[in-house]
Ligand binder design. Sequence first.
Ligand code: SIN
Length: 322
Amino acid sequence: MTHPSSTGSRRLVVLGTGGTIAGSSPQAGANLGYTAGTVSVEALLGGFTAPEGFALHAEQIAQLDSKDMDTATWQALHERCEHWLAHDDVAGVVITHGTDTIEETAFFLHSVLSSPKPVVLACAMRPSTALMPDGPQNLRDALAVAATVDAAGVTVVCAGDIHDAVAVRKTHPYRLNAFGSGDTGPVGYMEEGQPRLLRPWPRRPSSEPVTVPGAGHWPRVEIVLSHAGASGTLIDTLVRERQNGVCGAVAGIVLGATGNASLHRDLEQAALRAQAVGIEVRVAARCNEGRLLPTPDASFPIMADLSPVKARIALMLALYRG
Ligand code: SIN
């Protein structure tokens, strides 16, 4: 739907997927105890004036709590982003999304989209019915980023910070500024409705179109965390499933490693057994900041800059491409 207050000659497309930003509570003003993903993206844009010179076009892609994000919604988002970004008059796409898995959706889109135009994910920590909801300001900021002349790449905008899709992580379950970008820090900050950049806009890994797996074709990749008292039991179960030819058996495992890629010895032995039967094993950091450094005696390849949840997406896409 094209937003009624829109008058510009260029367009920004807003894709709704749900989340707290679209959440509502029967208890007026409550910050907790609400239902995510109840308010339509058109309604969220209700009181908005488009950035000057732009028309807004809204589309509802999904209406869910992002803890339940699924590959079907990712496929739909990929298809709609590619569709709209191919239009000359579309400057960028804004996606309204829950905070819980926004970093995964952002990283997925960063990995697969071919257009250099900006895709900006907006979220909120308070539902739309809160006394002081944060969604409207975050959405306004996301639209301003998408409308910025030289903006590019996939970013997440929250509480005035602009994060890139690779570095961003949800770091807090409650406060309004719930995201961090670790060592790299944010790409920039919103100041008086304009982005102030600290480093260049993020670049996509490829300008070639990337094929995204269709329904039923996503390789199964599980995450197993190394921790005090870890065992190989979970991994051995996955190996048995594979050896018994169970449909949808695991194709890859990401190990969430302690320290600089260190693994509990029992978990490591089980992961070696998994590798021996053809399961791809990768190691990602359990630490929230920094990157893994290669070591000469490592048993498995590391995904140096990725959190376990993002390493899982990277491995699924790599296994699909073969
Ligand atoms: C969700 O992720 O959909 C719910 C939580 C939130 O958006 O903050």
